[in-house]
Design a protein around this ligand. Structure first.
Ligand code: 13P
Length: 317
């Protein structure tokens, strides 16, 4: 067997937990690309295969309710059609306990559905709850997911942007540190729950998903790297950055070097796909081609990462 086949074989068989740990040890980023339109998935996976990079394909509840991802089952079906497990796995993004409109969500039903469908990882978002409630529900999700080998991401702190109302000016949020994840609370949460990854707030914000703002350019967020270092030191698990679109490059690169392993990317790839669809008169092939190029650009130029799947696979030999 030649070297190339070796890393692919290793990656196909490796658990996501092992992949994530190896990526974290080498400071390699695992982007998680949101799929609000089903044909976007094939374009992303084709790009990953071509550049031998590893990423997660993810779908959040708003991708289904506000866009055209249809259902967690439809996403899984499309993943099975075009998957290559040496470069991509499937993650359920944002199952909120209380959603962006303040409504209660039947989170247990949705998490159980993803676990039963065979997703590799799920995310419970109890960030609108008190710390104790967030811990209690996140722990329950670990109990649902881990017996099937499914990883669990939870969130602590306020990553704003999905709410439909007006947001305070970005510079105000960043300067005040309001809503940033507390390192002490994060340590307590990780120890009490057994979660595999934690989404943190360090200046990152989500791209808008409603109204005119969803089509506009996102604010170029900054990150508080000193705060991130404290979180890494206290938690000891791979940390996740939501709101990955448009974060200033110098901050993203520092974040990856300092403990962010997974970065969620939604707005940037959605807007690339929507723009190409609009300009081509809804030609899916043209839009897929544009998205494929954008995916490669994000990995190779923005994150300055090459062949991450190969590198992770070689570390796991
Ligand atoms: P952006 O849309 O800002 O990239 O954020 C995506 C995200 O965090 C999904 O969970």
């Amino acid at each position: 067997m030649n070297i190339m086949e070796n890393w692919k074989k290793v990656m196909e068989k490796a658990t996501l937990k092992k992949v994530m740990e190896a990526a974290s040890n080498q400071h390699l980023v695992i982007p998680a690309f949101n799929i609000p339109y089903l044909p976007m998935m094939e374009a992303v996976i084709e790009a990953l295969k071509e550049i031998e990079c590893f990423a997660l394909i993810e779908v959040a509840r708003p991708d289904i309710t506000r866009f055209e991802a249809r259902s967690f089952a439809a996403i899984k079906k499309e993943f099975d059609r075009c998957k290559d497990t040496s470069v991509a796995r499937l993650h359920q993004d944002h199952v909120p306990v209380i959603d962006e409109e303040g409504k209660e969500v039947d989170w247990k039903l949705l998490v159980t559905e993803a676990v039963d469908l065979g997703y590799d990882s799920v995310m419970i978002d109890g960030s609108r709850l008190s710390l104790e409630e967030n811990i209690s529900i996140s722990k329950e999700v670990v109990g649902i997911a881990h017996p099937s080998g499914v990883l669990v991401e939870a969130e602590l702190g306020a990553v704003m942007g999905h709410e439909s109302g007006p947001m305070p000016p970005y510079d105000e949020i960043f300067a005040s540190g309001k809503g940033f994840t507390s390192p002490e609370d994060a340590a307590y949460m990780v120890q009490s729950t057994g979660i595999d990854w934690l989404s943190v707030a360090i200046g990152n914000i989500h791209g808008a998903i409603t109204g005119v703002a969803k089509d506009q350019k996102k604010v170029q967020a900054r990150l508080n790297i000193e705060h991130l270092k404290k979180l890494v030191q206290k938690t000891g698990i791979p940390l996740v950055l939501h709101g990955g679109s448009g974060v200033q490059k110098e901050y993203v690169l520092q974040a990856i070097q300092n403990g962010i392993t997974k970065i969620n990317v939604g707005t940037e790839i959605r807007q690339t796909y929507e723009k190409a669809m609009k300009e081509s008169g809804n030609n899916v092939n043209v839009a897929q081609k544009a998205l494929k190029e954008k995916t490669k650009e994000i990995m190779n130029q923005y994150y300055e990462m090459t062949q991450t799947a190969r590198k992770i696979g070689e570390a796991l030999f």
